[in-house]
Design a protein around this ligand. Sequence first.
Ligand code: SF4
Ligand code: ZN
Length: 416
Amino acid sequence: MDSTSQPTPAAAQADNTASVDRTAAKAAKPLRNPCNLCQSVRAILKRPKTGQQLCRECFYHVFETEIHNTIVDNKLFNKGDRVAIGASGGKDSTVLAYVMKLLNDRYSYGLDLVLLSIDEGITGYRDDSLETVKRNRDQYQIPLLIVSYKDLYGWSMDDIVKEIGRKNNCTFCGVFRRQALDRGAIMLNVDHIVTGHNADDIAETVLMNILRGDLPRLQRCTSIITNDTSEDSSGLETSKILRSKPFKYTYEKEIVMYAYFKKLDYFSTECIYSPNAYRGHARVFLKDLEAIRRTTIVDIIHSGEALSASVQANESTKLPTMSTCTRCGYISSNELCKACLLLEGLNKGLPQLGIGHTTKIRRQHEAANLASGLSTPTSLSSPSIDGSRSTDENVKVVTHIKDLGRLANQPTLDIV
Ligand code: SF4
Ligand code: ZN
């Protein structure tokens, strides 16, 4: 064997040492852009809320743990609670359903989870998003109930928009949705509804309520948990359903990131009857502020909380006393709840009735009552108004929301 082709033992040892050194140098080479938490994996994202650079697993961990801490710190649930997740198929409620199930299993909350969806009857939007909710039902193995405006009120949003145009449609939709969620919760026999309202939504609502000077709503929107008491018209049944927002401090951008990295199945199209112009302006304003100062969203929520605490402490700012609607039994500070007032307007061809209180509308209302043989009311909330039972053949008679037992048998109820 040619001695030149064979390394001497000393040379071979030198080669081995060099190779070990190279490996060690490679191993010791600092990781480029490491995760701020674990330091062992490259960061792949910058948290919008804190600016921390994190790897995927650490992001999941902080995101989920913050929501768990919000739930625990605010004592949102008791073991054994039956909780409905308000599900629209959008990113917020899809992530909420996923995280609620995950945390319920991880921390043994002992919750009985169900999905509750509202079908407003918006062709080309809600019908598609409800398909997403049905897939989520199967993916997460959580039962689903869908309740529709058409069943509850006799009107879909498509019908309402045909009637009133696209000006006040969101007012009708918002009032009807609030009641529909409660009605669905009663059908499901749940103690609690969680919704996917995130920190950005709440900050926008705080801004809007401050700009409108609406203090009762300011209080409501900043509370993480609210309590509605409603009573059946017979006065026999009282339902007490809590509502809470586990995403109160969760940034919208982080919800989108979480859904994206987890590859969750959600629906991302805007409602065809949007935009709600006022909220749109508040949103743009908020995003501009956030671009300058990252903590803007949480700062506005904290300001809203402080303001609402001072409203509560100020005796001169009395909140309306809550009673129940004489027609449907829903919680209301007036004789008729807002949904019944809006329905009355729709059924009488006076859709402005519940929107404004101008003399012209009032005159139209009185004229319609005279035409239908009803006595002229002295006020809009007078007990003499009974539009849903009007004898006028031109007035659409709706089956109202009292008869929940009947609704439970409707074919559109998709209960699993
Ligand atoms: Fe209803 Fe308006 Fe929302 Fe559409 S944008 S779902 S009409 S509240
Ligand atoms: Zn990490």
